[in-house]
Design a binder for this molecule. Structure first.
Ligand code: NDP
Length: 445
């Protein structure tokens, strides 16, 4: 049995009932074969064995009082996965599906994404099974304060820097940061990213993941003699990543025809009106079904997964993990999809990815393609350190450069170790080598 098979077997045994974590590890490790075979150095010092075990996992009680005076208890998580190249960095997710397997898969992915960004940040992730839907502002605030009452002792600007993710946007980050500041009795702006602009946030951070995804996809298409202009696009999700991916796609002349939330999808042959989506989702916080009230040619269909039946050139899954399973992938392939851009983390199952590669469909993998968010978070940390704020254009230009660099790194490593168009292997290998070299230099810790 080779080392990769052995590590995979051990991961399954040591982390039972955590299929998402195993899936993420399997996806990375199976692509590392050529590097591991060539480098006895990595095998001799147990790089893989150490890489799949988080440096630290924190699980804690989060008690809070709802508007009726009832006491509720949720579970909080922070997984500090790998600090070889910098302090732990990764978002916080509030969603009822959160448990240790989800946070570990996200933390594991974050190691390679942060490495690819070229910036000095390690990998971590956190969250809670708290459901922010249908909660009052006061309930959200009390929950965030209680969450931070424990988390604060484990984070810091040079230790671990959280940000947002599903269910954690500007409002939640404000409450979390406020409570941290109160508990620490000091203004440590660099402890959190995704902050509001009035208290240390960066311009473009809000748009960064979605914009970055499109900058990456644009380069991938160009390398293969295509352009975004007039491509028919469908996007799953109607949150932060999906909205800004849609906005940038439209700016680049593409035609976005469908979007969804967790209940259903809208189809608008005239092209999605992004201002309407923003109003419904960001201001009114309502369902996407409302869209058809404002656009008479648009149609709403129940069932989020059915969005993948829509014929398109480019599919951008920007909602959540395992959105595209083998069944959805088959539908997309039958309908002639040419490109996939992963905006969400691990939105395609491993067999779906395999099918895409077998059918010569170009895949922009999440670790590389959605790294614009964390990269701009690192730019926010830089601005906090030097106590200056850059303009929108300055940050956007840096984001574009970072995404282009990530594309070049991914593409070069695909050419060197795998097939020219296997950007999945390219991203995993390039992300891995930097972390492995840093771990090699730092001894067995
Ligand atoms: P948001 O909470 O802003 O939006 C999530 C969107 O996805 C919503 O439209 C939501 O629908 C939908 N969604 C969530 N869960 C499900 C589900 N189980 N089934 C179907 N639809 C679902 O999150 P973000 O846009 O921030 O994050 C989206 C993805 O991008 C996640 O995988 C996240 O990890 C990843 N990501 C985010 C980054 C960021 O900067 N925000 C950075 C890098 C990756 P509804 O409103 O109905 O729940």
């Amino acid at each position: 049995m080779d080392v990769i098979e052995k590590v995979l077997r051990d991961v399954k045994k040591r982390n039972p009932h955590e299929p998402e974590f195993y899936q993420a590890v399997e996806e990375v490790l199976t692509t590392l074969k050529p590097v591991i075979e060539k480098n006895a150095r990595y095998r001799n010092i147990g790089i893989l064995e150490r890489l799949v075990e988080p440096e630290r996992q924190i699980i804690f009680r989060v008690p809070w009082v709802d508007d009726k005076g009832n006491v509720n208890v949720n579970r909080g998580f922070r997984v500090q996965f790998n600090s070889a190249i910098g302090p732990y960095k990764g978002g916080i997710r509030f969603h009822p599906s959160v448990y240790s397997g989800i946070i570990k898969f996200l933390g594991f992915e974050q190691i390679f994404k942060n490495s690819l960004s070229g910036l000095p940040i390690g990998g971590g992730k956190g969250g809670s099974d708290f459901d922010p839907k249908n909660k009052s502002d006061g309930e959200i605030m009390r929950f965030c304060q209680s969450f931070m009452n424990e988390l604060y002792r484990h984070i810091g600007a040079d230790v671990d820097i959280p940000a947002g993710d599903i269910g954690v946007g500007k409002r939640e980050i404000g409450y979390l940061f406020g409570q941290y500041k109160k508990l620490k009795n000091g203004y440590e702006a660099g402890v959190f990213t995704g902050k509001g602009l009035t208290y240390g946030g960066s311009l473009v951070r809000n748009e960064a993941t979605g914009y970055g995804l499109i900058y990456f996809v644009k380069r991938m298409l160009e390398e293969n003699n295509h352009s975004l202009k007039n491509q028919k696009i469908i996007i799953s999700g109607a949150g932060n990543v999906a909205i800004h991916a849609c906005e940038k796609s439209i700016q680049m002349g593409a035609h976005v025809i469908a979007m969804c939330d967790s209940k259903g999808y809208i189809y608008d042959e005239d092209g999605i009106n992004i201002e309407t989506i923003k109003r419904i989702k960001e201001v009114e916080r309502k369902r996407i079904s409302e869209y058809v009230k404002y656009h008479e040619n648009a149609k709403y269909y129940e069932g989020q997964k059915n969005i993948w039946n829509v014929k398109c050139d480019l599919a951008l899954p920007c909602a959540t993990q395992n959105d595209i399973t083998l069944d959805e992938a088959k539908k997309l392939v039958e309908n002639g999809v040419k490109f996939i851009g992963e905006g969400a983390n691990m939105p395609c199952t491993n067999d779906a990815l395999k099918l895409f590669l077998e059918n010569d469909i170009l895949v922009a993998p999440a670790k590389a393609a959605n790294a614009g968010g964390v990269s701009t978070s690192a730019l926010e940390m830089s601005q906090n350190s030097i106590r200056l704020s850059w303009t929108f254009e300055e940050v956007d230009t840096k984001l574009k450069e970072i995404m282009e660099n990530i594309f070049e790194t991914t593409s070069n490593s695909a050419k060197m170790y795998s097939d020219k168009n296997n950007y999945i292997a390219g991203a995993n290998i390039a992300g891995f080598i930097k972390v492995a070299e840093a771990m090699l230099s730092q001894g067995i810790i």
